[in-house]
Design a protein around this ligand. Structure first.
Ligand code: GLC
Length: 561
């Protein structure tokens, strides 16, 4: 393990430039829905640049941009046609450079998304593979197989893709290729040296342009053991995910990340990476977070939990313990571009262990909108976020959550874009468009200030209430809460530990950070008396009533100096 990675576990960072990520607040931008500078209805890179002051005022330490590469948008940009370029609808490489400069001038680091499991079917490699035909070297970069059945007319296996339907698609000459996601996203063959080499080139390309770190898409899926005979879908499901599963979370994927680490370490400060790895146990996740590998991994446990004290307590303990053993820092996420926004999740009946990706099923089932408690959902979301922001480790925030946005359900089938909606699969229900609707910047105007034109997904009327201009003017708004929390967070963050205090109530959690800052969260429905500590309260997710912490509210208490 490198000294840089270990440096901050107990004390302040020795080299802040190398350890910035350990307790950073990272704001995820979904570029096509953030801000549209040229009025074509799609957010773009100059749009991000135009909002650099907004990002600085918000107080985040870094932005992570979801893919902005050339793409036919079969999967919201996660189908990349060229890894070392910008979608012309989103800008140019010099726009990108200008954005990085503007963000760096404001002390905001830049993280970009790398999508290594699959390319777009429009990628020049895949186009070449189609032209070159069976048995060609070009097909080796992907996973082509002959079909089953007398004439190879059946897919090689009965595997299904994450978006539903077969995981194999047949090409004109009769061969089939594997795609774990949409058919426009052919899986790469990670046993191929050119594939490996090309991603090293991509990592250097963006690092040379000043990018500070990378978010690695489905980091647990790259390497595969496709030795014949291939197992059936049912057999696959029985194989333990212990590092030898043919498709998922294989141990040999870490050879790839060891190579990547040596590229990251060519830079000063070393480039960082965070793995999106949907794996089964914290122990399996730790491998992605290792200092010899990507260095950090997303922990989606809070995102998959209900607003519930016992679940939060357990998840926090498990992940801090895991971070202690790996030397990495833990990550916290409540919302991202793949799941129902947490204000909405918390306004619906508890998940009770149901996968969060199906949280949208209330509407999908023709679901009674009255099931959604908008106000309660937002109150709980504010409490959960304020509690999360007080935790050791880094916090990942998703654009629009700082406005308290709810999921948008009012999108007609014709207007929907997400393949998850059209093809089903593991992202049940309405798919993911509802959290990807362009942001409201002003209460009025064609697209609520998103751009001079329209918005590529329809914005509901209620967006006006959540617009940045309205919330900026209101000290009680969710935006004001986030700004104040992120400002104070720089004082609150200290050694990467916490100490719990027994509150005498199972539904009230309280901890103290090494520098004396405390967070108290009341997950219950009865108020909790803070006594004399109420006098030192510096920020609360809902107003205190005298010395009492209301139901579903978090408060931060500053130490007496
Ligand atoms: C990741 C992304 C998701 C995308 C998928 C395929 O899970 O977060 O948006 O659809 O990978 O690239």
């Amino acid at each position: 393990m490198t000294d840089a990675l270990l440096a901050d576990t107990e004390t302040r960072p020795v080299d802040p430039a190398a350890t910035w990520w350990r307790q950073a607040a990272v704001y995820q931008i979904y570029p096509r829905s953030f801000a549209d500078a040229n009025g074509d209805g799609l957010g773009d890179i100059p749009g991000v640049l135009s909002r650099a002051d907004y990002l600085a005022e918000l107080g985040i330490d870094a932005v992570w941009l979801s893919p902005f590469y050339p793409s036919a948008l079969a999967d919201g940009g996660y189908d990349v046609a060229d890894y070392r370029n910008i979608d012309p609808r989103l800008g140019t490489l010099s726009d990108f450079d200008a954005m990085v400069t503007a963000l760096h001038e404001r002390d905001i680091r830049v993280v970009v998304d790398i999508v290594p499991n699959h390319t777009s079917d429009l990628h020049e490699w895949f186009q070449e593979a189609l032209r070159a035909g069976r048995g060609s070297a070009a097909r080796e970069r992907y996973i082509f197989r002959e079909g089953a059945g007398a004439d190879g007319e059946l897919p090689p296996t009965d595997w299904v893709s994450a978006f539903g339907g077969p995981a194999w698609t047949r090409v004109d000459d009769g061969q089939w290729y594997l795609h774990s996601f949409a058919r426009e996203q052919p899986d790469l063959n990670w046993a191929h040296p050119e594939v490996r080499e090309d991603f090293l080139t991509t990592l250097r390309f963006w690092s040379d342009r000043g990018v500070d770190g990378f978010r690695i898409d489905v980091a647990h899926m790259l390497t595969k053991d496709l030795t014949e005979p291939l197992p059936s879908r049912e057999e696959l499901a029985q194989i333990p995910r212990d590092g030898n599963h043919p498709l998922l979370d294989r141990d040999d994927v870490h050879e790839v990340y060891a190579e990547w680490r040596s590229v990251f370490n060519e830079y000063d400060p070393p480039r960082t990476a965070v793995a999106e790895a949907w794996v089964e146990t914290p122990e399996r996740r730790a491998k992605y977070a290792s200092a010899e590998g990507l260095g950090q991994a997303f922990n989606f446990d809070l995102l998959e939990a209900d607003f519930d004290a016992a679940q939060f307590h357990r998840i926090i303990d498990e992940n801090l313990e895991q971070a202690r053993t790996t030397g990495s820092s833990t990550t916290w996420v409540l919302s991202n571009h793949d799941v129902t926004r947490h204000a909405t999740r918390y306004g619906l009946p508890p998940l009770g262990g149901r996968p969060v990706k199906q949280g949208v099923e209330w509407v999908a089932a023709g679901g009674p909108a009255e099931q959604l408690d908008r106000e309660g959902g937002l109150r709980r979301a504010r409490a959960a976020t304020l509690f999360m922001l007080a935790l050791p480790g880094s916090a990942y925030l998703y654009q629009g959550e700082e406005l308290g946005l709810h999921e948008v359900a009012e999108i007609s089938p014709e207007e929907r874009q997400d393949p998850a909606f059209f093809r089903g699969g593991e992202f049940d229900g309405l798919g993911r468009d509802g959290c990807r609707v362009p942001l409201p910047w002003t209460g009025e105007g064609a697209s609520f200030g998103f751009g001079a034109g329209g918005a590529h997904l329809p914005q509901p009327e209620w967006f006006a209430r959540y617009a940045v201009d309205a919330e900026s003017a209101d000290p009680a708004s969710t935006l004001s809460l986030y700004r104040e929390a992120l400002r104070l967070r720089h004082r609150l963050q200290s050694g990467e530990t916490l100490e719990w205090t027994d509150t005498g109530r199972a539904d009230v959690l309280r901890f103290t950070r090494p520098n004396g800052w405390q967070a108290v969260a009341n997950f219950g429905t009865e108020p909790f008396d803070l006594g004399d500590d109420a006098a030192d309260a510096v920020l609360a997710s809902s107003p205190l009533i005298g010395t009492s912490l209301p139901a579903e509210t978090t408060v931060w208490i500053a130490p007496q100096i």
